[in-house]
Design a protein around this ligand. Structure first.
Ligand code: DAH
Length: 345
């Protein structure tokens, strides 16, 4: 077997070296494909060597050279495949990078124009009310919106068919015993639940959503909010009630405001009153009801009226938010109309 380098050998070695250099220098898959087709194509150096094989007279030398040519081809192809993998990985990464949806960038640019949201006017009012009552030493309690007739009416001194039930246009929930489950018409049932659950003395306020069968108009909604107050202790008198209402009025509305109580009727309090708030300009806002907790109600809450006495009050929150912000139509507060909500941000 001849080992003497012939000019074909030299050409092959040169073609291989140059080919490998060209492959390594290809900057993209496309370039590489071009390089490979010119290296291995019909007009390429390898093809030229193959066709010159016929000129090698010595059969062994021709065989050997043919084998070397094939090996060179395989070497070039392997180099090309290896480089191609590297190139494709880079190209894929570049594609990913270019097609990437940069959410952080969107968020950043949105931040420049985004306007801050705000809590609903009623939520703001509720939180302020809670703050003021906490400042006066009250705790917060909550009860269910779907109530039984017992808590909504009966325990509040309204046995079945009591005429005062008609003070609340009630929405009923379908149930096995017709009329026994209601959407609470007021937050007063939470008084009973608190009395049953907490040992006295009790100083609690109970905010929440209430429901009435009502057609919406400028001052009424079928769904609205109330806050209930309950104080149970030894020796509580009507003077404590009046003093608490007055303290609350000044703390919530300001020093220039005062309160008054007018005799009224509620089945769960005796005596009962309505309370109004006097603005600094002398005009009055009707706010809610209150009174001394009726002995029947104390008993329904599991308390002995000979040992404990107390007062309760309740009023609408939506009305207060409406007053505070000068909203003409209460329905606007629930319209979700941005032109309305924007005015308060
Ligand atoms: N629950 C009454 C209503 O919705 C308001 C009320 C009046 C609550 C007197 C009270 C109270 O706690 O003592 O009309």
């Amino acid at each position: 077997m001849s080992t003497t380098p012939t000019s074909e050998h030299q050409q092959l070695a040169a073609a291989l070296t140059e080919g490998l250099a060209l492959i390594a220098a290809s900057g993209s898959s496309e370039d590489l494909r071009g390089v490979m087709s010119s290296l291995t194509g019909k007009k390429g150096p390898i093809a030229a060597l193959k066709s010159s094989l016929g000129k090698v007279a010595d059969i062994e030398a021709r065989k050997e050279l043919g084998q070397l040519v094939n090996e060179a081809l395989v070497t070039l192809q392997q180099a090309s495949e290896a480089h191609s993998r590297t190139l494709r990985a880079g190209e894929f990464a570049a594609q990913i990078a270019s097609e990437r949806l940069d959410i952080s960038e969107v968020a950043m640019s949105a931040q420049a124009t985004r306007r801050r949201g705000r809590m609903h006017l009623v939520t703001q009012a509720t939180e302020r009310l809670e703050d003021v009552f906490i400042g006066l030493g009250f705790q917060i309690a909550e009860g269910p919106e779907v109530e039984t007739d017992f808590y909504n009416f009966e325990a509040l001194n309204m046995p079945p068919s009591h005429p005062a039930r008609s003070m609340w246009d009630t929405l009923f929930i379908e149930s096995d015993v017709e009329g026994s489950v209601v959407l609470r018409t007021h937050t007063s049932p939470v008084q009973i639940r608190v009395m049953q659950d907490w040992p006295p003395p009790i100083y609690a306020v109970m905010p929440g959503r209430v429901f009435r069968k009502e057609t919406p108009d400028a001052t009424h909604m079928p769904v609205f909010h109330q806050i209930e107050g309950l104080v149970i202790d030894r020796g509580i008198t009507f003077a404590d009630l009046a003093g608490t209402i007055e303290s609350f009025t000044k703390a919530f509305f300001g020093e220039g405001f005062t309160s008054r109580l007018r005799p009224s009727y509620f089945p769960f309090t005796e005596p009962s009153a309505e309370f109004d708030i006097r603005r600094p300009d002398g005009s009055w806002i009707e706010l809610g009801g209150c009174g001394m907790v009726h002995p029947h109600v104390l008993r329904a809450g599991g308390l002995d009226p000979d040992e404990w006495s107390g007062f309760a009050f309740g009023f609408g929150i939506d009305r207060m938010a409406k007053e505070r912000h000068g909203v003409d139509d209460i329905r606007d507060m629930y319209s979700d109309d941005i032109r309305f909500t924007e005015q308060f941000s």
